[in-house]
Write a protein that binds this ligand. Structure first.
Ligand code: CMP
Length: 152
């Protein structure tokens, strides 16, 4: 029994969470359902999902790490231009798994069949976002969700 509990703990501990965003261009193009299908078929589980429109203040805060970059103003304008979906995803290696499904940041460089290749239009209008590391994932998931939002 103790062995089984330990095994269960190890399995549970392997789970990782990440934040996914379906960006305004993908929502406007009605690609939300297709992207959710890709997520579901990949084995990532959706712990929580929410549709919202970011305020400029929220977008500036969420992307604060990029505030010195030349593209920051454009990024904030774009991210507030229409509704988005935010999703808390969970699986083993969720961060890597979701980033692989999205493909490279620039759709022109993204792998065939990846979300950004299929639905992105440019470096700015790139259909989706994903956390890039465990620490960022924690902050980004907590930006939109609280623990009680998660349903398994
Ligand atoms: P995302 O994964 O949401 O993280 C930051 C976003 O900035 C990125 O996707 C791109 O959509 C956007 N962006 C715009 N220009 C650049 C750039 N030159 N380099 C990186 N990201 C950029």
């Amino acid at each position: 029994m103790a062995k089984q509990v330990n095994q269960l703990e190890r399995t549970t501990n392997m789970k990782e969470r990440t934040l996914a965003i379906i960006k305004p261009d993908a929502v406007a193009d009605k690609n939300t359902g297709r992207i959710i299908t890709i997520i579901e078929e990949s084995g990532l589980s959706i712990l929580a999902i929410k549709k919202l429109r970011l305020t400029a203040e929220q977008a500036r805060q969420f992307y604060a790490v990029h505030k010195e970059r030349a593209f920051f103003a454009e990024l904030v304008t774009y991210m507030t231009s229409g509704p988005i979906y935010v999703l808390a995803l969970e699986s083993d290696n969720a961060i890597k798994r979701w980033r692989a499904l999205m493909g490279a940041t620039n759709p022109a460089e993204a792998a065939e069949g990846s979300i950004r290749k299929l639905y992105g239009k440019s470096l700015s209008y790139n259909a989706s976002h994903g956390s890039d590391a465990p620490e960022t994932a924690k902050v980004e998931v907590a930006f939109f969700f609280k623990e009680s939002d998660f349903i398994r």
